[in-house]
Design a protein. Structure first.
Length: 64
């Protein structure tokens, strides 16, 4: 698996959102932190699945 393909802007943004959520939750902004956490997780799942599907499509095209 090509891990460089997973370093898309959406994936990096989702990691930043998860970090921000941890900061918000630890500073007492719990509701905002949980909202940002859920948005970050959703973006992470979507970015990972799209990238994985794209890699599978490229592999299928190379094989014939």
């Amino acid at each position: 698996m090509n891990f460089r393909a997973f370093l898309t802007p959406a994936y990096i943004t989702s990691l930043v959102l998860l970090l921000l959520a941890a900061i918000f939750i630890s500073t007492g902004l719990g509701v905002l932190g949980w909202l940002v956490l859920l948005i970050g997780l959703a973006l992470n799942v979507v970015a990972s699945s799209v990238t994985s599907n794209r890699e599978e499509l490229r592999r299928a095209e190379r094989e014939g």
